[in-house]
Design a protein around this ligand. Structure first.
Ligand code: ZN
Length: 507
């Protein structure tokens, strides 16, 4: 088979990311994402050398103290966002006298002014958010991001595998974060000492996840896989290794379809063996004595905990229980990365697609191919051979992931135009044929909330400082039962860590 080199197919960032997939292969890969506003920021040279591990999951560390001075990492990130994608600053520091929990009061949260109703600003923000959250949030980990709020949705490092989640209407355009992006950082991120800035991954939090000095990370880790969307393919991406705590900690989110693991406690260090018993709703789960637990539909509504017994080298044993998780919820399929179409887009050639990296693992997939947006009858396999009727038309494919106990979800690929003939082969030194690249391909799944904007409610304070996150009716601290009265900055209650850091470990 001849090697056909297709050039000019992809623009900007997409070209850079797709370069490996194209190299030496008779394949076209169109990734979601279109006109690049700017190149993503390049990582520091120390990171580009490769072999660098990713910072540990530093968990959710809400504001506990009063220290509103803008911290260096917060300033540096806000500057980087504005330099790269434009927009303006709505500030970092906030008076401790204002109500609610907010990392602004510790100088480790930023408000980046961009408006969701401005198409250009929205596109730029989306590019920035993709940069931060691609590859399971690798850049977010490297920057020490705890959570991001934008357009009435939240993405958090402690529920990373759930992706973007919509939060309840907080009553105003600004409180719903439609006119600014809010980013809260861990103390390490705020102090500019995560690997993005230093080249050295953080493994132990600067302050404990519960806000006290000397406490180890208490939140789950996630598994991540190398992903073609991460532009620095040589960067080493592996599972995180969390620090041990005083008691064993459950890793992973208590959702149907997820696999939970356990991190032994500090006093179990050097153990020569472990035994496990998992509990649901306070009762031992029959046969659940392995080091991990797959969360099944039968466990829905129940809190999970694990009793861990460690055999030490000196013959003694330590038995401890983990804190209980929150009640197991219905699982949700995560849709990133968006499935791409591979193959030569010409009559008689076969296109294929694949959804890889979706969570939870073990999903069943269904496919539907479309011609100019209309379902093609019978085209429901992973591959589709282009017919005469397709020539000159846009082809897309919808991939649906499903599993028992998990809400099925779908994602649509980017469009690809079907041609009559294979593009002329070119040598690497000649300009190649240019295939049409569609404008911004629509995402058919993550429909943004349709709440009509009521206009910005940010008003100046007496000092003239804008207060983009007005507390409004938000004087109560976040509470799982009070979805609508949390502060404009606090993560949505459904975004609280799965494992309560302070939960006791009663058997
Ligand atoms: Zn904010």
């Amino acid at each position: 088979m001849r090697t056909v080199r297709l050039r000019g197919l992809l623009t900007g960032r997409a070209r850079r990311r797709g370069a490996l997939a194209l190299a030496g292969a008779l394949a076209v890969t169109l990734l979601a994402g279109s006109a690049a506003w700017a190149e993503d920021p390049l990582p520091p040279a120390s990171m580009a050398d490769g072999g660098l591990a990713v910072d540990a999951n530093l968990g959710y560390k809400p504001q506990k103290t009063c220290s509103p001075t803008a911290k260096p990492g917060t300033k540096a990130l806000l500057d980087l966002l504005i330099q790269t994608w434009g927009g303006s600053s709505w500030g970092i520091s906030r008076s401790c006298a204002s109500g609610g929990t907010s990392e602004h009061k510790e100088g480790r949260a930023l408000d980046w002014h961009m408006d969701v109703n401005n198409a250009s600003e929205k596109a730029r923000v989306e590019q920035a958010l993709e940069w931060m959250t691609a590859n399971n949030g690798e850049v977010a980990y490297r920057l020490g991001i705890m959570y991001i709020m934008w357009d009435q949705r939240i993405w958090s490092i402690y529920y990373q595998e759930m992706g973007w989640r919509t939060f309840s209407d907080r009553g105003s355009y600004t409180a719903n974060h439609k006119d600014h992006v809010h980013i809260s950082l861990t103390w390490d991120g705020a102090m500019e000492q995560t690997s993005w800035w230093t080249g050295v991954p953080v493994t132990t939090p600067l302050l404990g996840p519960c806000g006290t000095t000397g406490q180890p990370a208490c939140l789950p880790v996630i598994n991540r896989a190398a992903s073609p969307t991460w532009p620095f393919a040589h960067a080493q991406v592996g599972a995180f290794t969390p620090a041990a705590g005083d008691v064993p900690m459950i890793q992973g989110s208590p959702m149907v379809g997820q696999v939970l693991g356990v991190v032994p406690s500090r006093s179990m260090a050097g153990a020569v063996g472990y035994s496990y018993q998992w509990y649901a709703g306070g009762k031992p789960i029959s046969g659940a004595t392995a080091s991990s637990l797959r969360v099944t539909t039968a466990l829905r509504g129940k809190a999970i905990k694990v009793a861990l017994r460690a055999a030490l080298a000196d013959g003694s044993t330590i038995a401890q229980n983990s804190p209980g998780t929150t009640a197991v919820t219905t699982g949700k399929v995560t849709l990133a990365p968006t499935p791409a179409i591979s193959g030569v887009p010409a009559l008689g050639h076969k296109l294929t697609t694949k959804a890889s990296g979706w969570q939870p693992t073990g999903l069943k997939f269904a496919y539907q191919w479309y011609r100019n947006g209309k379902a093609i009858k019978g085209a429901t396999k992973r591959g589709y051979t282009l017919r005469t009727a397709d020539v000159g038309r846009w082809i897309t494919v919808k991939v649906t992931g499903s599993a028992s106990g998990v809400t099925a979800r779908s994602a649509l690929s980017a469009k690809i135009k079907a041609l009559k003939t294979v593009p002329t082969p070119v040598t690497p030194d000649e300009p190649g044929p240019t295939l049409p690249v569609p404008p911004s391909p629509p995402s058919h799944d993550q429909t943004p909330p349709t709440a009509s904007p009521t206009g910005p409610t940010a008003t100046g304070t007496a000092s003239g400082q804008p207060t983009p996150d007005p507390m409004g009716a938000a004087s109560s601290p976040p509470s799982p039962a009070a979805a609508d009265v949390v502060s404009a900055d606090a993560p949505a209650p459904d975004a609280q860590p799965a494992v309560s850091p302070n939960a006791g470990a009663t058997p």
